[in-house]
Design a protein around this ligand. Structure first.
Ligand SMILES: [Zn+2]
Length: 135
């Protein structure tokens, strides 16, 4: 289920930025020396081993490279769910929840970034993270 940014308890808030209730953006890294990008932001550039990797907003639309339907998950996570790899125009392949029923997902389809509830913590509070939805 997609969610409103104001009501979210993000699993890892460092991965996503939401400005003024607008559309979410993934925050990756870009190497100052060679320009290589990473997601999540790498502490050391995986291409040239430089230590200067700046935060960078990534594209919010991409193409579904592949996916699987997950039936087993940690306690509290909603199953089944679709887990996929999304190719961004930034040259990155991002692993993410695909917030759609398996029957509505196809390899090669356009998807856009969203925020979604993927389960609940031990106290019943919703757990949210970045997801992709059909564009
Ligand atoms: Zn580099």
């Amino acid at each position: 289920m997609t969610a409103d940014a104001d009501s979210l308890q993000l699993i890892n808030p460092a991965l996503v930025e939401v400005r003024g209730g607008g559309a979410p953006r993934l925050v990756g890294g870009q190497c100052r020396a060679c320009g290589a990008r990473s997601f999540p932001r790498a502490a050391v550039c995986t291409d040239c081993l430089a230590l200067d990797v700046d935060p960078v907003e990534l594209a919010c639309e991409g193409k579904l490279y592949s996916y699987s339907v997950v039936h087993q998950a940690p306690k509290g996570w909603d199953v089944p769910y679709v887990l996929g790899y999304v190719d961004l125009p930034d040259g990155l392949r991002v692993l993410a929840h695909i917030d759609a029923p398996a029957g509505a997902v196809a390899i090669g389809q356009r998807v856009r970034l969203a925020l979604g509830v993927v389960g609940a913590d031990a106290g019943g509070a919703p757990l949210s993270t970045y997801t992709f939805v059909p564009a």
